[in-house]
Design a protein around this ligand. Structure first.
Ligand code: AMP
Length: 145
């Protein structure tokens, strides 16, 4: 897998968009879907993906579709701040395996940072989080939208 490869329609995020595998939804509109990362780096780690595109990364995203995508990223970041009161927020995105990307459908991470708690784990590692805890966090974030 490199920066330049065909889009795989069977990547897990594409499967979520087709409703083929479960996820914990935070927000959805015509252009985007936001859900909890099941290997969260901290409480509230949320992913935002664009719908109706076959873009593996930011470079492949049609420019005219960026605005609604970034608007949703900001919406989620604001809701995470309101719901969870972190001390900081990392908003990030990886392009290509060499850069750390593991799922090849464009997505943005919103990762809260809490001064009194070290980040729980590294990027995309370890065991999945407790699903009930993730659902409770998703409900809190959704209520702050
Ligand atoms: P990246 O490594 O930047 O491509 O990010 C992919 C993210 O997807 C990682 O943070 C993973 O923890 C997360 N992830 C992998 N599988 C799932 C899943 N089934 N549901 C939610 N998040 C997932």
């Amino acid at each position: 897998m490199t920066l330049h490869a065909p889009y795989d329609p069977d990547n897990i995020f594409a499967k979520m968009l087709r409703g083929e595998i479960p996820y914990i939804k935070v927000y959805e509109d015509e252009d985007t879907l936001a859900f909890m990362d099941i290997f969260p780096q901290s409480d509230g780690h949320t992913l935002i993906i664009p719908k109706h595109v076959e873009a593996r990364n930011l470079l492949e995203m049609p420019t005219e579709k960026l605005a609604p995508f970034i608007a949703s990223v900001q919406k989620i970041a604001r809701a995470v701040e309101t719901a969870l009161s972190p001390d900081g927020l990392i908003v990030t995105q990886f392009n290509g395996e060499a850069a750390g990307q593991t799922v090849f459908h464009l997505h943005m991470h919103v990762i809260p940072v809490y001064k009194d708690r070290p980040r729980q784990r590294g990027h995309a590692t370890g065991k999945p989080a407790d699903m009930d805890a993730l659902k409770a966090l998703a409900a809190k974030i959704a209520a702050a939208l």
